[in-house]
Design a protein around this ligand. Structure first.
Ligand code: SF4
Length: 203
C-alpha cells in the first residue's frame, strides 16, 4: 500500500525509528522521556547482553527449519538496517526471510507475553521499509518469542501500515513542538512503568 500521508519535497528530514513507533503506540510519553527529555532508564536485554546474545539467537535460528514460517526455501538476513526519507522511517529489523516471491520480517522478543497492537505496528512499519528496499511484497511478519522460539504470525495490511505512518507523524510533531503528550489510555500500564515517577498526573 502506498503511503497516503504527505511527503515533503526531498523526503522527510527527520526519520522516526520503528522502535519509537512501537513505544509511542504503547505510551506516547515513553518516547517523550526517551527522546525529548531523556531520563535515566534501565538497560534492556539487547543493551545488556548486546552482540553476543544476538549472535546466540541467530545461531539458534539457523538450526531451525524455514518450514515453520511456511517457506520451503529462502535466505535469512539478520539485523538488516533500513531507512527511507520518503517514508520518514528508519530501523533495524532482526531478521528478514527473503524468497523470490516475498520478504518476511521477523522480530525476536525476549518475552512470552502475548503480542499486542504496538508490535503489530512495528512489523507493519518494517514491511513498508522492506518493500521499498528489497522490492518484494511483504504480506506477513512474525514475532519470535524467546527463549521458547514460539512464533506468532502478524498481518501487515493497509490499516496497520497507515496507523504506523500516522504514529510516525505524531512522533515527528512531538519532536518539533517538544511538548509532552498525554498519558496512555491504558492506565494499567502505569503501575509498574519505569517512568512512573515522572508522571505525577496519572493515578
Ligand atoms: S507512567 Fe503511564 S503515562 Fe507515564 S510513561 Fe509510564 S505508561 Fe506512560
Amino acid at each position: 500500500m502506498e503511503n497516503t500521508l504527505a511527503v515533503p519535497p526531498g523526503g522527510h528530514s527527520v526519520l522516526v525509528r520503528v522502535t519509537d513507533i512501537r513505544q509511542y503506540a504503547y505510551c506516547p510519553r515513553v518516547v517523550y522521556y526517551t527522546m525529548v527529555v531523556p531520563v535515566p532508564r534501565p538497560v534492556t536485554f539487547k543493551m545488556e547482553y548486546g552482540v553476543d546474545a544476538q549472535q546466540h539467537v541467530e545461531a539458534l535460528e539457523m538450526r531451525r527449519k524455514l518450514r515453520r514460517y511456511g517457506l520451503h526455501s529462502g535466505e535469512r538476513h539478520f539485523r538488516v538496517d533500513l531507512e527511507s526519507p520518503r517514508l520518514g522511517l528508519s530501523g533495524q529489523v532482526d531478521l528478514v526471510l527473503l524468497t523470490p516471491d516475498e520478504a518476511v520480517p521477523v522480530e525476536f522478543k525476549h518475552t512470552e507475553r502475548p503480542v499486542s497492537k504496538n508490535h503489530r505496528l512495528q512489523v507493519a512499519a518494517y514491511a513498508l521499509l522492506i518493500e521499498e528496499r528489497m522490492e518484494r511484497p511483504v504480506r506477513r511478519g512474525f514475532i519470535c518469542r524467546l527463549p521458547s522460539g514460539r512464533l506468532q504470525q502478524l498481518a501487515c495490511g493497509p490499516v496497520e501500515r497507515q496507523q504506523a505512518l500516522e504514529i510516525a507523524a505524531s512522533v515527528r510533531a512531538m519532536l518539533h513542538t517538544q511538548s509532552r503528550p498525554g498519558p496512555t489510555g491504558v492506565r494499567a500500564r502505569c503501575t509498574d512503568c519505569e517512568f512512573r515517577r515522572y508522571c505525577a498526573d496519572v493515578e
